[in-house]
Design a protein around this ligand. Sequence first.
Ligand code: SF4
Ligand code: SF4
Length: 432
Amino acid sequence: MAMKKVAHVVERPGRKFGDAPVSIPVPVDLLSTPGIPSRERDVSFFSREYPLENMALEESASVEWARVERERFTPESIEFFDEHQKQMEPIVEWVRVSGELEPTGTPDGEDVTEAIRQKARELGYGEVGFTRNDAHYVYNTRKPQMRKDLPHAICLALEQDYRKTQTIPSMEAEDTHFGTYFDQGPLTMELTAFIRSLGYNIQVSGPTWHYGPMIPLFVAAGLGQLGANGQLLSPHFGSRARLQIIYTDANVTYDQPIDYGIHKFCQECQVCVNRCPGRALMPDKVWYRGIEKNKLVFKRCRPVMARYEGCGVCMKVCPIQKYGMKPVMEHYVETGGILGKGSDNLEGYELSDKGYFGPGKLPSFKREFFDMPHGRAEDWLLIEFRNKLLENKVKNGEGENEDLLWEDFRSRMEESLEGREVSADMGMDRGI
Ligand code: SF4
Ligand code: SF4
């Protein structure tokens, strides 16, 4: 007899276009709220007074540091990353100016939701959903470039290779991570051409150049819920996907947020929290910018990402990523347990210089491992410069030559301004 009583069953389209739909049971004890618990007034307050900003700008101080560390730990990743950047350049350029593309047809007034959904599924997108374009989730510096006349958002998730993802952290996993960004390019070009042929305008967010964080819109469109690993857990492939949004004025109907039970399931599971090499994931949820979530601590994550092929252990060890939501929830209903938890198959991973870590075992790092520049590059340079001047004062002018300090400060500041278009870290967003 099943251990848990089922509250409702979520019906979702199959994983690939043409596959049979799936039914996901959600037990009573995991019920919380469709989407994510939020306080709209707080979301509005933070978005107005402390607008969101792109990590590539907010954490630009560590860009060069991360590159040096990557080169030290995995020199092959630098060449790979540079090659990827080169290949992505035309796609990113197209994304940036996509809002200037004109419609090529005339709208007939019909609702085109299902026509767009079908076209996107035929092209290979695993999850497709429709919601409103929410201005709370637009980066401050990208607001001027965003069209104000596109009220709807089409959320698109493209699955990345299963087998390669299970080798995380590795260059093979990086290959599917970046390869999926590359695949997104031509697919969106074709999908937006279709929407324009229906007579509508578009503007594209991603890959590699985004108007804002995308997960809140995907959750609003019912495509999954936010996991404790900070990633979108979608029904078929969890977070093993790359996300994109097309903003449009097409005549569409919105999907609704869904309670898949993930908000509470993560508190039972906690595998990613326990397996994170950097101890960067928090076990308890907190209210942050009007949303209740498990907050990731960036300064404990980035030093690991930079040195271990983008890390991603939190994606690899997630049972929803590995087995899919249906088997995981069915197992929970039947047994009250977490599918795969405690097994090497789910939880094991290897770090290049440290070896294999099975369930219950974690690598240790010296405190200095987590030392890195923080915040914006220009702020960090200024702090460093001020500290050197202060040091000079203490040494009564016997320290470094102040003219040379000025010169060094100025040239590094100019260098950092020139580098504002560089990705923050291995394919994350660009600065401007
Ligand atoms: S990427 Fe690695 S270090 Fe960062 S949160 Fe995930 S598991 Fe932890
Ligand atoms: S590993 Fe478990 S706790 Fe972490 S995101 Fe996946 S389901 Fe949630």
